[in-house]
Ligand binder design. Structure first.
Ligand SMILES: C[S@@+](CC[C@H](N)C(=O)[O-])C[C@H]1O[C@@H](n2cnc3c(N)ncnc32)[C@H](O)[C@@H]1O
Length: 246
């Protein structure tokens, strides 16, 4: 019965978004979304998200410096950097390599880079998290990934690459929105919105159980918490936050 209601409401949402489906059918929506809509949306969303999640981000990245090498130098690799929303939370002097599949965040990224001169920017790589072959094995102290695993092609592929590039004892920091508790109304609405949400927000999936991939990956230790982000009236409140050690 619940499945039938979800399907019915899903069609209702799809009908409301019919113009976008039509543009997609005509091959217009995807390039428009990638080049104009999504970068514009992410710039606005990032400001609100960082404001609401500032405490959680500060808490998450508080112990980053503990993963510095013997010389005290900390090398970071960020997957799916976007507009550089996390730069302000990284410790002074750390060496940062940024990666993303998309070059359309350049305006926001340049602004964040200019505003965060406490970091040493090393390289900006155009590469998917599933293929970080430009980064050497065992070469970074920490990898960071926030709000990215919802839209990658393969979470397993990304985690495999994270484990390859991290030095032994290095850490993978994550903050990701995930599927809500299956018995909740939030999950009900996530299932209703998911197909349209994915189309509108550049492949972002609402119902991934990302914590399962993180727990199954071959990290030696994982600290993972489920939290409700204060993003009221949105289907992206359920999050996992934490770090895993190679
Ligand atoms: C919602 S944005 C988040 C950006 C940033 N991490 C943040 O927290 O604001 C998702 C980012 O992931 C990037 N992305 C999507 N698929 C990716 C992949 N397979 N590998 C690396 N980055 C990817 C997108 O281009 C985009 O910059």
């Amino acid at each position: 019965m619940a499945k039938a209601v979800i399907l019915f409401l899903r069609v209702g949402v799809q009908l409301l978004a019919l113009p976008i489906y039509l543009l997609s059918f005509l091959g217009i929506w995807n390039p428009f979304c990638k080049k104009i809509f999504f970068p514009f949306f992410i710039e606005k969303f990032t400001a609100t998200y960082n404001q609401r999640m500032s405490e959680q981000k500060q808490e998450l990245f508080r112990n980053l410096q503990e993963f510095a090498g013997p010389s005290g130098e900390l090398t970071l690799l960020e997957i799916g950097t976007g507009t550089g929303a996390n730069f302000q939370f990284y410790p002074p002097g750390c060496k940062l390599t940024c990666t993303d599949t998309d070059l359309h965040f350049q305006r926001g990224l340049s602004r964040s880079t200019a505003q965060n001169q406490h970091l040493q920017f090393q390289r900006f790589l155009v590469a998917p998290g599933e293929d970080l072959s430009q980064v050497a094995d065992n070469s970074v102290d920490a990898v960071i990934c926030t709000l990215v695993l919802c839209s990658v092609q393969s979470i397993e592929g990304v985690l495999k690459e994270v484990l390859r590039v991290l030095r032994p004892g290095g850490a993978f920091y994550f903050l990701e929105h995930v599927a809500a508790d299956h018995s909740s109304w939030s999950y009900f609405w996530q299932q209703v919105y998911n197909p349209t949400w994915k189309l509108v927000f550049n492949g972002c999936c609402l119902t991934r159980e990302t914590w399962k991939n993180l727990e199954q990956a071959k990290f030696s230790e994982i600290k993972l918490r489920h939290i409700h982000a204060p993003l009221y009236w949105t289907p992206v409140q359920s999050h996992v936050i934490g770090y895993a050690i190679k």
